[in-house]
Design a protein around this ligand. Structure first.
Ligand code: URA
Length: 210
């Protein structure tokens, strides 16, 4: 089964992404743009979410009004760059629960090693949105989804800002059932596993660590 990839090609998303890509963009502008673009990504990711009807009274009349069950949504951020997307998504999904997963790459085997994992209780009744700006080699995304699947959530989606054919192939070879939402699929990975043309190191640009 080929995995689903949703490329969010809305002009607002593409405009903000172009500003983020530019090496002239400062840390604070990059951070603000990531927050803004993440709201727009969240808007698309929630497009097919179920709503339930609740009874309310408008100033004019009673009605049954559709609402999302925000407490069922769990945003899982892959540390550390996932934090930037998390912030924007929480701006428009304020009742969402939050999980974190920390992975580093073993320098010898290059395999992802988990150093932190915390998600809400009762995952079986929740819809998970995993966030990480860059789906590059795909290795940490695969490891994160392996771990989250083991908690048995109702559904999982993966959201990134940028990806590339290599990352998508690795991701969907392991998890063909998980849809990926992204603002762009770039050309390729380079020899240092950076996305080309990409935007550089998302964590460093977000936190100003380089
Ligand atoms: N991680 C990043 O931050 N940037 C890339 O290009 C690839 C992985």
């Amino acid at each position: 089964m080929a995995g689903t990839v949703h490329v969010i090609d809305h002009p607002l998303v593409q405009h903000k992404l172009s500003l983020m890509r530019s090496r002239e963009t400062s840390t604070s502008t990059f951070r603000n743009l990531l927050r803004e673009i993440s709201m727009l990504l969240a808007y698309e990711v929630c497009r097919d979410m179920a709503t339930t009807l609740i009874d309310i009274h408008t100033p004019i009349a009673p009605m049954k009004a559709p609402v999302l069950d925000g407490k069922k949504i769990v945003l899982v951020s892959i540390l550390r760059a996932g934090t930037g997307i998390l912030q924007g998504m929480l701006d428009i999904l304020p009742s969402a629960r939050v999980g974190h997963i920390g992975l580093y790459r073993d320098p010898k085997t290059l395999a992802p090693v988990e150093y932190y994992y915390k998600v809400p209780e009762s995952m079986g009744e929740r819809d998970v949105i995993v966030v990480d700006p860059m789906l590059a080699t795909g290795n940490s995304a695969v490891a994160a989804i392996d771990r989250i699947k083991a908690s048995g959530p109702r559904s999982i989606k993966f959201v990134c800002l940028l990806t590339c054919p290599e990352g998508l192939a690795t991701f969907h070879a392991a998890h063909p059932d998980i849809a990926v939402y992204t603002a762009a699929v770039d050309e390729r990975l380079n020899e240092k596993s950076y996305i080309v043309p990409g935007l550089g190191d998302a964590g460093d640009r977000l936190f100003g660590t380089k």
